[in-house]
Design a protein. Structure first.
Length: 168
């Protein structure tokens, strides 16, 4: 990341917390009744995750060069999810990778502004959304997220990276 002109942020959060991991495993088991607890645990792809930021001007080229560098070091890129399409409740690129020992790692790519929204205004809304069972509240929270992310601009050529995902 640094060799591509960016920085890593939130390293203290690189390991998913036990309650969050437990919630995710429980959710996977509920959604997939035939899944064993071990398989549910092994399917979690973001228990180890990193966040990188690059300037708007260099974002797209820096994302591509970082991914190429990581692949050159032996990591295998499984999925590149691109959430930069406007009008939804998240902006950024999330990449799922595997190390040589099959350890799953997630790397999120942001701009300074998208990182500010992710860690600031949208985070408490997201935390409420992922725990609510009330459809009306969920809709209100999703609308609040869309509004928060609306102010983030899309970096040049970012939409051409990975697979575009629409969250709303």
């Amino acid at each position: 990341v640094e060799s591509a002109g960016g920085g890593l942020h939130g390293l203290e959060y690189r390991l998913k917390s036990e309650p969050s991991l437990e919630r995710k495993i429980t959710q996977k088991l509920a959604e997939n009744p035939g899944l064993t607890p071990t398989d549910a645990m092994l399917s979690v792809s973001d228990s180890l995750r990193y966040t990188a930021t690059f300037s708007d001007e260099n974002y797209s080229e820096s994302v591509k060069s970082t991914l190429a560098e990581l692949q050159g070091r032996g990591l295998v890129v499984d999925i590149v999810k691109n959430y930069w399409e406007k009008g939804d409740d998240y902006d950024g690129i999330n990449v799922r990778m595997k190390a040589l020992d099959d350890l799953k790692v997630e790397l999120q790519f942001h701009t300074p502004m998208s990182l500010d929204v992710k860690d600031g205004e949208s985070h408490p809304i997201y935390e409420k959304l992922r725990t609510t069972n009330d459809p009306t509240m969920a809709k209100q929270l999703k609308d609040a997220l869309v509004k928060a992310w609306a102010k983030v601009s899309v970096p040049v050529a970012a939409l051409a990276i990975g697979t575009l995902i629409k969250t709303s």
